[in-house]
Design a protein around this ligand. Sequence first.
Ligand SMILES: Nc1ncnc2c1ncn2[C@@H]1O[C@H](COP(=O)(O)OP(=O)(O)OP(=O)(O)O)[C@@H](O)[C@H]1O
Length: 424
Amino acid sequence: MAEAILEVRDLHKHYPLTQGILFKKQVGAVKAVDGVDFELASGETLGIVGESGCGKSTVAKMLVNLEKPTSGSIRYKGEDLTKLSPRALKAVRRNIQMVFQDPYTSLNPRMTVGDIIGEPYEIHPEVAPKGDRRRKVQDLLDVVGLNPEYINRYPHQFSGGQRQRIGIARGLALQPEIIVADEPVSALDVSVQAQVINLLDRLQAEFALSYVFIAHDLSIVRHISDRVGVMYLGRIVEIGTDAQIYEHPTHPYTQALLSAVPVPDPEAREHRERIILTGDVPSPANVPSGCRFRTRCWKAQERCTLEVPLLAVPAVYRLADTPAKHDSACHFAEEKQVVPPEDALAHAGPLKETAAGTGPAAEPPGATLLKKEPPGPGPDLDLDEKTGEKTGDGTGDGTGGEDADGGTGGEDTGGGTGGISKES
Ligand SMILES: Nc1ncnc2c1ncn2[C@@H]1O[C@H](COP(=O)(O)OP(=O)(O)OP(=O)(O)O)[C@@H](O)[C@H]1O
């Protein structure tokens, strides 16, 4: 891995739970983030996936200093951001910017697009002197595929995809090195998601950006990420390259998540195995002892109640030369192919259907059920990208009806196709 630009160690965010009105007494804590470790190399994309409530957004907020960690360190080029003075932090923070989930609520409706994108210059005037700002903002609009002439328009005059482009332009304004994107496409129409993902891909190459890309959609994360970390209840339980995680997962939680990913090939879909987890995710205010996944894990044994599994290469794979050799926080980590490898989909034979409890413990309470997934709809990610992305010239985001010109439909009928592509 190239040199780490960002290093996160033992990061915690605990929100106190208090009781009493006059005399508040802490009676517990919501352990939103409870010991997260990862590195981000220069120029790479680290995807973070996990179910709602597992702490992804809280990690993102701590990376950009919107939340203060309870403990742990966040090192940017070796400097611990949690220990910097406010003044030093302000200078360093410029290099780590965030793109938010919902472009409908994250842009101030009373501000023009020019003011929204240029607002960071008020805090960091050294990046763009006053006389230069309008031109800089217009350049940014152009870079994200919007017409620079729309600088005086308001957010409501843009479609969802266009608004997210505005959010991305704002994120780029201070020329950061790292972008933390928290579910950047989940509020968008599926037809627009691919365009925004492709834009992020292009910008990464153009500006040598490193991304922390947070999402719950595993297909999108696989497409954009070089490495992927899987979060469960405030911790990363497995981390590795996208091929290691998707094709050679060793943690039961990752395997269960992957088994729910839609498979486009009907034949592969019919033969793949579906793992259905029983029970709910425990409350982050009441985390199970030992392995936090044990209450839903079909492999759980007594050891899992007593010992917290470390995020490390499992002993069985330590000396092996296999893609299963990557960090996994499970006492009984074991490789299991859940989805056929991307390039083998066309030739995939039937995946063996195994019974729950093939691990060390057979059929414990709360066992996972294994059954074949009924044939369902294919993936809903539209892989076509429209090349004509500027508005006002008859092209746009494909959402229809939300013409930045106030027109109807029309603008969103961009021409050629691109499609998501990834060099591996
Ligand atoms: N300010 C807060 N006070 C108390 N609890 C909080 C606070 N912010 C988040 N939490 C709790 O911390 C946990 C993690 O929340 P977080 O938003 O980071 O999860 P997430 O994985 O990003 O989920 P989602 O995808 O739904 O946003 C949740 O249980 C949430 O209720």
